[in-house]
Ligand binder design. Sequence first.
Ligand SMILES: Cc1cc2nc3c(=O)[nH]c(=O)nc-3n(C[C@H](O)[C@H](O)[C@H](O)COP(=O)(O)OP(=O)(O)OC[C@H]3O[C@@H](n4cnc5c(N)ncnc54)[C@H](O)[C@@H]3O)c2cc1C
Length: 345
Amino acid sequence: MKRFDIVIVGGGFCGFLVAKKLEKLLPEKNIALLELRKEFEYTPSIMKIITDKKYAEKITIPYTTLKRTTVLHEPAQKLHDGKIISNKKTYTYDFAVICSGAHTPCPLKSEQVFVLKSVQDAFKIHDAIQNAKRVVVVGGGLVGVEVAGELCTKKRKHIVLVEPGERLLRRNSEQVSQHFQKYLEQKGCMCVFGERVTQFKNKTVITQSGKNIAADIVIWCAGIGVDTLLRGGACVNDKGCVLVDEYLRVKGLEHVFAGGDITDVPEEKTAQSAEQHAEVIAENILQMNSSNPQLTSHTPHSQGLLISTGDWHAVFVRDSFFFSGIIPALMKRFLEWWVVWKLKH
Ligand SMILES: Cc1cc2nc3c(=O)[nH]c(=O)nc-3n(C[C@H](O)[C@H](O)[C@H](O)COP(=O)(O)OP(=O)(O)OC[C@H]3O[C@@H](n4cnc5c(N)ncnc54)[C@H](O)[C@@H]3O)c2cc1C
């Protein structure tokens, strides 16, 4: 058994930032980060790796940039009785932060079916796409639209995007949906609506209604699943999301915080929300180490989202307001550069 003052599980947007902030706010504390990957990955740009493997160098940051945090490349398996249990050891803590993110649950089992969640996933898609002529992208949400956009603006492939709903980007306005549909169709991507993909066999995607779509590979970009260390406990909802209070403390566990995609906070699951959670969690751990803690509450607020389809076209969306073209595309590039730079220094 090993003891740390603070144990963070997951070094993605939320966990990496919490570690960075706590190194500054509480320099005397002994911090551990449990993370499976070797490097931090700037996920909003990983679709670019599908067409350009070298892009990975721009958007990954080694965990060695954390100067006073002990980074342990071990999967945390359980949080139990004030302890975090990994596949190797048990850790005790004064404070724990759970931010192990979400995954994309894919019901199709085939070597030609891919999900896109990490740089490694993007490398696999990059290799598979070389010999593929027909690609089906499943899901017309943020990831599906960006993947389809990346492919149809840069690769000469037959791309079909299949969405079970009636329009793309359902959580945004109809104008935004129409804008992306028109853009993708102009670039040669076929959009199929109202069809739920259920099978993939003999190079054919089959939908619930029986429609067949030819495909050499499938990129599954639909749904969100949470692997929580607290599953089955009192602190998760029926989807497995961790229930948190306004201060992002796990309900019923005063010294355990949770942030990012894993939480039940009713807001868009984005890097931006995860960053906001990290600010609140780091500040609250600082406060809880003081004699008169004044906790900060998290209020979901969106500063807008940049959705890109290829290098030179993106849309900035905030509530019902949006604008499109090269300016948001450049804004997205600048944001990527700025966040990566900030996290490296
Ligand atoms: C392809 C794609 C495009 C996206 N585009 C955008 C975008 O344009 N804008 C935007 O704002 N958001 C975007 N997002 C969403 C954004 O990436 C997530 O909302 C954000 O990364 C969530 O941060 P997080 O810290 O909760 O989780 P993550 O960043 O997913 O980090 C979780 C970390 O936990 C680690 N982990 C998991 N389980 C364990 C375990 N048991 N033990 C130890 N470590 C573990 C993982 O390896 C991972 O590093 C995109 C997501 C994807 C997949």
